[in-house]
Design a protein around this ligand. Sequence first.
Ligand SMILES: Cc1cc2nc3c(=O)[nH]c(=O)nc-3n(C[C@H](O)[C@H](O)[C@H](O)COP(=O)(O)OP(=O)(O)OC[C@H]3O[C@@H](n4cnc5c(N)ncnc54)[C@H](O)[C@@H]3O)c2cc1C
Length: 247
Amino acid sequence: MDGAGWRRFRLKEKKNEAEGAKSFIFESSETPMYFLPGQHVIIRFQDLEGDQRGKMRHFSISTSPLEGKYIGITTTIEPDDSPFKRKLDSLGNGEEVDVFGAIGKFIFDPGLWKESIVVLVAGGIGITPFRSMIKYALSMNGNFRIRLFYSGKTTKSLVFRNELDGLAAGDSRLKIFYTVTGEPERPGNLHSGRIDQEFIRANVEELNNAIFYVCGPPRMVEEETRLIVSDLGVDRNRIRTEQFLGY
Ligand SMILES: Cc1cc2nc3c(=O)[nH]c(=O)nc-3n(C[C@H](O)[C@H](O)[C@H](O)COP(=O)(O)OP(=O)(O)OC[C@H]3O[C@@H](n4cnc5c(N)ncnc54)[C@H](O)[C@@H]3O)c2cc1C
C-alpha cells in the first residue's frame, strides 16, 4: 500500500480553488509516485528557517491517480500564514520540493465501497482526499452510492465546488450536501450550520448499510465521529477518520 520514500518533485502549476485555498500540482523529477486515492504525502523544505512547526507538513493528495503522473495538494493560503505556507506559495513553476510518500490508510477501498452507501463528511479543507476518492470511484463500475456532506465557513470558501457539482450532475451515484457555518442567512440552496444528525438522516437512505469517512480539523473529526456513533447509532468499525493536525 505504501510507495514511500523521499523524492524530488517540481511545481507544474498553481491554481486558486476558492477564497483562501490553492492547489499546487507537482510532477516527479525522478520516478512517478504510486498512490491510492485518499493517501497523503509529506512535503519538506530543507532550507526553511524560522518556522516553529518545522520544515515539513503532511498533505492529502487531492488529485486522482487517473489524472496522470502528477500529484496535487490543496491547502489554505492566508495573509497571516506560517513561513512554511509562505514558502510554498512563493514557489515558481519548475522549482523543486522534497516529497515523501505516499502514505496512509484513509483510502478508497473498492471491496468495501462495492454495493455500499458511502457517506463522506468533510470539514473545510478536509475535502482534499475526497476529491481524489470521488474522481477515482466514479471512473469505476459499481453500485455504490456516495453521499458527500461538505461544511465550510462561507460559500466562497467551498473548495472544488463547481467541479464536484459537475461530477454529481453527470453521475447519479454522487449526491452532495453543502452547509456553511459562518454566514447568518441561508445562502441560496445551501444548508447552514453544522453537519448534524437531522441533516444526515434526511439525506442518507439506509444508515445501517452505510460506511462513513470523516476528514477535517481534529476537533471537527472528533465531534462528527461522536455524533455518528452516539446519535446515529453507527458501529465505530464502519467509520474511517483522518485528522488534519495543525488546524
Ligand atoms: C494526514 C494529514 C493530512 C493533511 N492534509 C492536509 C491537506 O490536504 N490540506 C491542508 O491544508 N492541510 C492538511 N493537513 C494539515 C497540514 O499538515 C498543516 O498542519 C496545516 O495545513 C497547517 O499548516 P501550517 O502549520 O503551515 O499553518 P497555517 O496554515 O499557516 O495556519 C493554520 C492555523 O494555525 C495557526 N498557526 C499558524 N502557525 C502557528 C503556530 N506556530 N502556533 C500556533 N498556531 C499557529 C494559524 O493562525 C491558522 O489558524 C494534513 C495533516 C495531516 C496529519
